[in-house]
Ligand binder design. Structure first.
Ligand code: SAH
Ligand code: SF4
Ligand code: F3S
Length: 439
C-alpha cells in the first residue's frame, strides 16, 4: 500500500524544529513526509505562542489550509506545539476546520487519535502535560537538507516563570533526558556524517540527569569525536557557571559561541521580569566568559517596552549592549501573553509607537556592534565547517566558524564538500556575514 503523506510546517524555536522530526518518527509507520503541502493527507502545524504575532501568522496560514480542506475530502489538519497547549479546545471550533489538537508532551498519542479520526471521524484532543516525557527513545527522522549540523533536545519544559513568558505554561515543568541517550544520539549522528550538534533546552545550564550535570554532559558529547562540533542553547545568565566555562575551554570542539539572553540592561526591569539576576551579575558573567574564552562570540535576546519600562531603563539596555559589544541579538517588542504573571499583574502600558521607537534604537545599535565585531576578523584565517553551497550572489560555499558566524567563500580548484573543515582567510564582512577565500 502507498503510504499516505505528512506535511509538517514548523514555527517558533529550534525545539519545535527538533520536535517536528520526533513527530515524523512517531508517524513514520503510516505516513511518509513530504515538503509539498498540496500532496499531503495530513497537515500538522507545529506552532509557537511566544508573541501574538507568531500566533496570528499560524491562524492566517490555517485559513488557507482550511479552504483547501473544503476541496479535498480526506485531508486532515492538526495543530501541535505551543498554541495547541495554550488554546486547547478553542482550536477545535468548527470554523477553523482543525481535526487534531495535540500538546508538546502528548505526541505519542497521535497514532491512536488518528485511528479514531479515520474510523469514526472523531476529532482528537490531547494536551496533557507530563513530568517525565522526553521522547528519549525516539530517533528523530531528520528532514533538514543540511546533513552536517543537527539539533538534539536534551531537556524539555521550563520553570523559571519569567513574568512575560508563556513557555512554562505551554511546555510544562523542566525535565532532563537521560545522558546516555543524548551521547548515543550524538555518536550516531557523527557516524552518519554529521559534524555539529547543538544541544537544546530552554535553560541548558540546569540540565541534570542523576549525577550528570550540564558540564559533564558537554564533556561526554565533546568526547564522541574531536571532529564533532558541539554547541548549545540557551543559557540562563543566573546559572552559567565557571565550571561550565572551564569545560568549554578544555575542549576545542566545544564552540566558542555563547547565547546569553539578557532581556534588559536595567536591574529594576530584570526584577519585574523575574529574571533572578542583576545588571551587575550579568556583566560579571560576561567578564568570566571573556576570561575563560577570550575568543568567544556573545549573542543575546532583548525585549523592548516591557511593562513600566521608563526611558532611563531603556537607556540602560542600550548602555549594557555597548558595554558587552554583542556579536548579534534577537530583538523583540514586548507582546502581552494571556496567562502570564505580567498579563495578570502588570499593565502593558508602553504605547505601540514608543515600543517601536525603542526597538528601532536597539536594532540600530546592534547593527553597529555586529559590524564592529565582524570587522575584527578581517585579515584573520578562520576554520570553517562547510555546510553547502549558496547561490545568492553567484556560487559560493557557505559554512560557519566556531563563533557561529556565517562565512561565505568562493569555490576554487580544491574539492570542498559539506562536512569538511577548511581554513578561510577573511577579506570582507557585513554585519551578518564574513566573506573570504580558501587559505
Ligand atoms: N529560554 C530562553 C528563551 C526562550 S523564548 C531564555 O530564557 O532565554 C526566546 C525569546 O523570546 C526570549 O529570550 C525573549 O527575549 C523573547 N520573548 C519571550 N516572551 C516574550 C514576550 N512576551 N514578548 C516579547 N518577547 C518575548
Ligand atoms: Fe521563558 Fe524565562 Fe523560561 Fe526562557 S527562562 S523559556 S524566557 S520562562
Ligand atoms: Fe515558541 Fe514554544 Fe518555542 S512558545 S519559542 S515554540 S517553546
Amino acid at each position: 500500500m502507498m503510504k499516505r503523506k505528512l506535511y509538517i510546517e514548523t514555527y517558533g524555536c529550534q525545539m519545535n524544529f527538533a520536535d517536528s522530526d520526533v513527530l515524523a518518527a512517531i508517524l513514520a509507520p503510516r505516513y511518509g513526509r513530504t515538503d509539498d503541502y498540496k500532496q499531503a493527507d495530513l497537515i500538522l502545524m507545529n506552532t509557537c505562542s511566544i508573541r501574538d504575532h507568531a500566533e496570528q501568522r499560524v491562524l492566517n496560514r490555517l485559513r488557507e489550509f482550511a479552504a483547501m480542506k473544503k476541496r479535498r475530502a480526506g485531508l486532515y489538519i492538526g495543530i501541535v506545539g505551543c498554541m495547541a497547549e495554550r488554546m486547547k479546545e478553542e482550536l477545535l471550533e468548527e470554523a477553523l476546520k482543525v481535526d487534531l489538537v495535540v500538546g508538546p508532551d502528548a505526541y505519542r498519542s497521535l497514532p491512536a487519535l488518528l485511528d479514531r479520526l479515520e474510523a469514526e471521524g472523531e476529532k482528537g484532543l490531547d494536551v496533557e502535560l507530563s513530568k517525565e516525557e522526553t521522547y528519549h527513545d525516539i530517533i528523530p527522522l531528520r528532514a533538514a537538507e543540511n546533513k552536517v549540523s543537527a539539533f538534539v533536545s536534551i531537556m524539555r519544559g521550563c520553570q523559571n516563570f519569567c513574568t512575560y513568558c508563556v513557555v512554562p505554561y505551554t511546555r510544562g515543568v523542566e525535565r532532563s533526558r537521560p545522558a546516555d541517550s543524548i551521547v548515543d544520539e550524538a555518536r550516531r549522528l557523527f557516524e552518519a556524517g554529521y559534524r555539529e550538534v547543538t544541544l537544546l533546552g530552554q535553560n541548558v545550564n540546569s540540565y541534570r540527569y542523576n549525577d550528570t550535570s550540564f558540564a559533564r554532559l558537554m564533556a561526554a558529547v565533546a568526547e564522541v569525536n574531536p571532529l564533532l562540533r558541539v554547541r548549545f542553547a540557551t543559557s540562563h545568565p543566573k546559572d552559567l557557571s565557571d565550571g561550565l566555562l572551564e569545560v568549554m575551554a578544555a575542549y576545542p570542539n566545544i564552540c566558542r559561541a555563547i547565547h546569553l539572553p539578557v532581556q534588559s540592561g536595567s536591574t529594576s526591569m530584570l526584577k519585574r521580569m523575574n529574571r533572578k539576576y542583576t545588571r551587575e551579575h550579568y556583566l560579571q558573567r560576561v567578564e568570566a566568559i571573556r576570561r575563560f574564552l577570550p575568543d568567544a562570540s556573545l549573542s543575546t535576546d532583548i525585549i523592548a517596552g516591557f511593562c513600566g519600562e521608563t526611558e532611563a531603563e531603556h537607556q540602560e539596555t542600550l548602555s549594557l549592549m555597548r558595554e558587552v559589544g554583542y556579536d548579534s541579538a534577537f530583538m523583540f517588542k514586548y507582546s502581552d501573553r494571556p496567562g502570564t504573571f505580567a498579563h495578570r499583574h502588570y499593565q502593558d502600558d508602553i504605547p505601540e509607537e514608543e515600543k517601536t521607537r525603542r526597538l528601532n534604537e536597539i536594532i540600530a545599535l546592534q547593527n553597529e556592534l555586529s559590524l564592529a565585531c565582524n570587522r575584527k576578523y578581517i585579515g584573520r584565517t578562520v576554520e570553517v565547517l562547510v555546510e553547502g553551497v549558496s547561490e545568492k550572489r553567484g556560487r559560493q560555499y557557505i559554512g560557519r566558524n566556531t563563533q557561529n558566524k556565517v562565512v561565505l567563500f568562493e569555490p576554487t580548484e580544491a574539492v570542498v564538500k559539506p562536512g569538511d573543515y577548511v581554513q578561510v582567510r577573511v577579506t570582507r564582512c557585513s554585519a551578518v556575514t564574513l566573506l573570504g577565500e580558501l587559505a
